[in-house]
Design a protein around this ligand. Structure first.
Ligand SMILES: [Zn+2]
Length: 267
């Protein structure tokens, strides 16, 4: 019974994060505040009240319309909230299974969920704007730092491995700062490498190998499907669009973590 309540709670937290992701993906590239300013309706700009912001339930209760101007709310908000709830739930099940939940497990689950939440936001921003937000990367680095301290205190982990990662992360950050000063914009390749290094620090080599393989496969399949769709509609592709590589990496990483946790390395 305790376990069921715990899992329901995780789903609700996931759905709440889902509505936060939409806000973060929209506001972060515009350098807007994501914590203090209230959400508002994009049509009538009326600030949303507490009852308008309950994930999933508000959408159903208002029948998918704004309470103030009755404008239709895009169903993607609802879909994202449900999907995010399901991903949080699956991820937690992949860690805890049907086993007993103690304080260490709860701490690890919380940390791991905050970790995948960051990748959700990076994926969303990259998909919408083809940019990797450096602020979210710093956030992920903090999560990994807390994880290292946690590992160091609880287990006799090989700390040298992490010192090497830290060295390369600092190196990439110096390169990124140099590029930013010179060209006045971020370097997509450096930030992508930084993402992979941070993932390597939090997970393991096998999971990163799988993440990269899945990413390449997903990009190839998506590209082939797009060419096929264009050919079917007889549209000639003139400009080459930039592939949101970080988006693919983050999504494939989350899928890899859930699948490998479930079937290979149980916590
Ligand atoms: Zn409205």
């Amino acid at each position: 019974m305790e376990l069921i309540i715990f899992y329901i709670l995780i789903f609700c937290i996931g759905a709440m994060f889902g509505s936060f992701f939409t806000l973060a993906v929209y506001r972060l590239p515009l350098h807007e505040d994501i914590t203090h300013e209230r959400s508002f309706c994009p049509k009538c700009h009326h600030k949303l009240g507490f009852w308008d912001m309950i994930p999933i339930l508000s959408y159903i209760a208002l029948r998918g319309r704004c309470r103030y101007c009755k404008e239709k709310i895009r169903p993607r908000y609802l879909i994202l909230e449900v999907c995010s709830g399901i991903v949080f739930l699956l991820f937690t099940i992949s860690i805890c299974g049907m086993g007993k939940i103690d304080i260490h497990t709860i701490f690890y689950v919380a940390l791991a969920l905050l970790y995948i939440a960051g990748w959700f936001i990076i994926a969303g921003i990259d998909k919408e704007t083809r940019q990797i937000h450096i602020g979210v990367i710093f956030y992920e680095m903090c999560i990994v730092a807390i994880y290292m301290v946690y590992l160091y205190i609880l287990t006799d982990v090989n700390i040298y491995r992490y010192v090497i990662y830290l060295f390369f992360i600092c190196l990439l950050l110096i390169l990124e700062t140099w590029y930013l000063r010179k060209k006045l914009k971020s370097n997509y390749t450096i930030l992508t490498l930084l993402i992979l290094l941070i993932m390597l620090a939090f997970t393991n080599r096998g999971q990163i190998f799988l993440t990269v393989t899945l990413t390449l496969l997903a990009i190839a399949i998506d590209g082939a499907l797009e060419i096929f769709a264009h050919k079917k509609k007889h549209i000639h592709v003139q400009e080459v669009k930039q592939v949101p590589i970080a988006y693919y990496i983050c999504v494939c990483h989350i899928i890899t973590l859930i699948v490998t946790n479930l079937f290979v390395c149980r916590w």
